[in-house]
Design a protein around this ligand. Structure first.
Ligand code: DGJ
Length: 727
């Protein structure tokens, strides 16, 4: 019997390979990766390969289908369907599940056609699939960025059935792996404790990372992960994938190890409480899932993502970034025109580019003097700011700095004029007890009128005050008491339509004000995803600016985002640490301050001024260079990173001692990414009391093989070294 089974399966294998030449093959390639899809004899589309780029194009035609022999000896050609739908012949988690207008719950997708065209930085392959029984189409998109080795995948679902269909699974894509072992590193989060990694082996069954916050993706769980293939992901060695979802709302990513040890990765919008009613003729577009592979560890994969983001995704990714002084930590809600004019002069004294006014500047009937009132009423508070925003931009001009302003336009306090006028614009349950998160509720962005209103908040500020140079756009509440007055009987569309409504607003703003930089903030770092970053130049990583904690948060986040997109401020959190330590930590990202400058001693002020000047000189290296994570704070009691300019002529090394143990050995830190043959002049900078360090010269080879002794046993110390080439 067993022999017979083997013979049948061998024959079937032959039959399968015999038809290989006739099969339509679609190849999606970057410089290092190939994803190969094929249409089988029944017209269905399968993923037959995802891995290192094949050197010989013809090898793609020799790929075999996965052939399974069942316990009863039956043989099936159950390949990996590219966008697997429910109710068919695969018994694992599907990418797509539909209840059709007539109540039928099966969908079978067949290949229709495909094309590949050039896009900025690569190619986009578009594949159309359709059901034969129902007028339902799915279009798969794969954008491949050759040199950065990044692929973005998303899908579109449309139909022409007699009435609404219900989508209850709608993944962005589906990826398959057949490897000996898989290790997932995901990042759990909390307010002020963002992006904490945890690694586990994936075993048979499912592991899902997800959130259900409505307005944001990233509190409790970040929308990104590392996948170690064969072994846990490492910084400098081994095969790894980095993946992230561009969606500013409920996301989910399921990792399912099937009965034969294959891994299926299914990323997308979280379908939780979101059975989506799709009208005939409407298009459901999923978020983009962005991924990259490396055979040399996550470090190389991170640099791929950084380059790709700066070139093709991040708003003004190639542009400069402004340093700033924010007033949230120093004044809170307690300020007026005069006080702020003083802070603007402090900004000029520090040498930063801009003053950023935070929460508390608006609302009159219910003044915004704390977080219980005023959200929604975006007119300047007359008691605090009698000359309005115009008075502030004038003061900024006088001080010689730019002016930026905080808004939180998606939110409302019940104590506001807006709430009195438009209770129907608010997501809430009027007949139940209301649960308030930070005393506020969320506006119903599914409603186009509310979208107009939210757009109008930013538009009016910029129209009335063209000198406003920057927005900090905050979002301090998840969706609570979920009920949209606008969606009536289609409540299960709310989580998705909210985010789409937000994107409508952001698209309009970007179209009208393409050059206004904006910081994305969400009660710390709960909004940081690559779709939002099409509209924002940077995001706030965390309200936790204690430099010890920030090192960990920034370390994790910078695996997925270029530091150009990560705002970091010098504040008084953990005042016990020296100003130098705080400066050095914030200088690794997009530098800002949120301190009372008057409380700085003269020598601390001098150090800040000097650090700003150093940062301005080093910005091209830090913000646009290649980043190398050298010594991990998660594995040692130190941290070290270096940045190298693209032409390798300049570099910066940051080294930190966190909580070293008594007599702990301090090995040299070996730099990475330098030119081994060039000589680098190495000078320590950001030194207190105007101290000038001696410059020493080393070859890149020495620095990378022998390294520098830059770690010490003393708690909370840091060193920054500037490297320039001598030849
Ligand atoms: C939360 C943000 O994370 C803070 O930086 C600050 O802007 C406050 N909101 C203001 O309410």
């Amino acid at each position: 019997m067993r022999k017979l089974c083997i013979m049948i399966s061998a024959l079937l294998m032959l039959a399968v390979s015999a038809t290989a030449d006739e099969r339509k093959t679609i190849r999606i390639s970057t410089d290092n990766t190939d994803m190969i899809l094929q249409v089988n004899d029944k017209g269905r589309l399968y993923m037959v390969y995802l891995g290192d780029k094949l050197l010989n194009a013809s090898d793609a035609d020799k790929l075999e289908w996965s052939v399974y022999t069942g316990s009863d000896g039956s043989v099936s050609r159950r390949g990996h369907e590219a966008y697997m739908s429910s109710g068919g012949e695969d018994f694992f988690e599907p990418a797509l599940a539909v209840t059709h207008a007539d109540g039928d719950m099966t969908t079978y997708l067949y290949y229709k056609d495909s094309e590949t065209h050039a896009i900025d930085g690569g190619t986009e392959t578009v594949i159309r699939l359709a059901d034969k029984k129902y007028p339902l189409e799915v279009t798969l998109h794969y954008a491949a960025y050759e040199h950065q080795n990044v692929i973005k995948a998303w899908s579109e679902i449309t139909h022409n059935e007699k009435s609404d269909i219900t989508l209850w699974r709608y993944a962005s894509t589906m990826l398959y792996f057949n490897e000996p072992a898989y290790y997932l590193t995901n990042y759990h989060s909390e307010w002020a404790r963002e992006a904490q990694p945890t690694t586990q082996k994936l075993t048979y069954g499912k592991k899902t990372i997800d959130t259900k916050l409505g307005t944001r993706a990233a509190m409790y769980m970040q929308p990104y992960f590392e996948l170690g293939i064969g072994a846990p992901a490492q910084e400098g060695t081994g095969r790894a994938m980095l993946g992230t979802i561009g969606w500013t709302g409920n996301f989910s990513c399921t990792f399912e190890v099937d009965n034969v040890g294959g891994l299926r990765v299914i990323p997308g919008i979280n379908p939780y409480a979101s059975d989506y009613k799709l009208k005939a003729g409407d298009k459901f577009v999923t978020p983009e899932f962005i991924f990259t592979f490396s055979n040399n560890g996550t470090g190389e994969a991170s640099r791929n993502l950084h380059d790709w983001a700066r070139l093709y995704q991040l708003k003004d990714g190639k542009g400069d970034r402004m340093t700033l002084l924010n007033n949230w930590e120093s004044t809170g809600f307690d300020f007026n025109q005069e006080k702020l004019a003083g802070v603007m002069e402090d900004a000029a004294k520090l040498g930063v580019d801009m003053f950023l006014l935070d929460d508390g500047w608006f609302a009159n009937k219910y003044p915004r003097n704390n977080d219980t009132a005023g959200l929604g009423d975006w007119e300047p508070n007359e008691a605090k700011l009698p000359q309005g925003v115009a008075g502030l931009t004038a003061a900024a001009k006088k001080a010689g700095v730019k002016f930026g302003i905080w808004i939180e336009p998606e939110m409302i306090n019940p104590k506001s004029r807006l709430f009195e006028e438009h209770p129907d614009w608010v997501i809430m349950q009027s007949e139940r007890d209301t649960y308030y998160y930070r005393n506020q509720l969320v506006l119903d962005l599914a409603n186009p009128k509310v979208q107009d209103y939210v757009f109008g908040v930013a538009d009016k500020i910029l129209t009335d005050n063209p000198d406003v140079a920057y927005f900090k756009w905050d979002c301090n509440s998840p969706i609570t008491n979920i009920r949209s007055p606008y969606l009536k009987k289609k409540q299960s569309n709310l989580y998705v339509d909210y985010v789409r409504g937000l994107y409508n607003v952001l698209k309009r703003l970007k179209a009208k004000y393409p050059d206004v930089p904006m910081m994305l903030c969400s009660g710390g770092g709960a909004r940081c995803d690559y779709e939002a970053l099409k509209y924002f130049t940077e995001y706030w990583c965390s309200d936790n600016t204690d430099p010890y904690e920030r090192i960990y948060i920034q370390w994790s986040m910078s695996k997925f985002f270029p530091v150009k997109a990560m705002a970091a401020h010098v504040t008084d959190w953990n005042r016990g640490s020296s100003i130098k330590f705080r400066l050095d930590v914030a200088s690794m990202c997009k530098l800002g301050f949120d301190i009372d400058v008057h409380k700085l001693s003269e020598s601390d002020l001098k150090l800040c001024q000097q650090a700003v000047a150093n940062y301005n000189r080093l910005k091209p290296v830090i913000l646009d260079g290649d980043m190398y994570h050298l010594v991990s704070p998660y594995e040692t009691s130190h941290a070290a990173l270096n940045y190298v300019s693209k032409d390798k002529s300049r570099a910066v090394l940051f080294a930190y001692d966190l909580h070293p143990r008594y007599k702990e050995p301090q090995p040299n830190v070996r730099l990475q990414g330098l030119d081994p043959m060039r000589v680098y002049n190495v000078t320590e900078i950001n030194l207190p009391d105007g101290h000038k360090a001696e410059t020493k010269s080393y070859t890149g080879d020495y620095l990378m093989k022998i390294g520098l002794s830059v770690l010490s046993a003393s708690d909370g110390t840091s060193h920054v070294y500037e490297l320039t080439t001598a030849n």
